[in-house]
Design a protein around this ligand. Structure first.
Ligand SMILES: [Zn+2]
Length: 147
């Protein structure tokens, strides 16, 4: 059932040219938990800002961009061993993979390109081959590193 102001893995809401809110409801490890998660209006708007200021520009620059981990409920965050107080639980972070370029190129562009001042954290995981990217918060601003 569709409840106004509530968004989940079945939501049809489009956030930008290439991104839908349902793409933030993903977990390879715990799809069962994803089906139980919802975001409500304020967090949905943060997902919109993340898409508008960061993910859509990445998509325009590098082509197909897949969200590997987007929004996380506290339960999902624990299950995937996310950081305590993860920005994924705020709807302000995503782990992404771009299939048409190296993730190093995406990381370096985030660090130096037009979106650099919009980044809270950008963490490149070379072994796992993805980039964590988030909006700024009082805690994280313009942090770029490799893990
Ligand atoms: Zn992450």
């Amino acid at each position: 059932m569709s409840i106004p102001g509530r968004y989940g893995y079945k939501s049809k809401l489009r956030l930008s040219e290439h991104f839908y809110v349902k793409e933030f409801f993903v977990s390879e490890k715990r799809p069962d938990l994803v089906r139980k998660m919802y975001v409500y209006d304020p967090k949905k708007d943060l997902l919109f800002l993340l898409v508008t200021f960061i993910l859509q520009p990445v998509r325009w620059a590098f082509g197909k961009t897949t969200i590997l981990s987007g929004y996380r409920s506290p339960e999902l965050n624990s299950a995937v061993e996310g950081w305590d107080d993860s920005d994924h639980m705020r709807g302000m972070a995503a782990d992404i993979f771009c299939s048409e370029v190296s993730m190093e190129a995406v990381y370096l562009w985030a660090k130096t390109g037009i979106i650099k001042d919009r980044i809270g954290q950008c963490i490149w995981y070379p072994q796992k081959n993805f980039v964590h990217i988030s909006l700024p918060t009082p805690k994280h601003r313009a942090e770029f590193f490799e893990l």
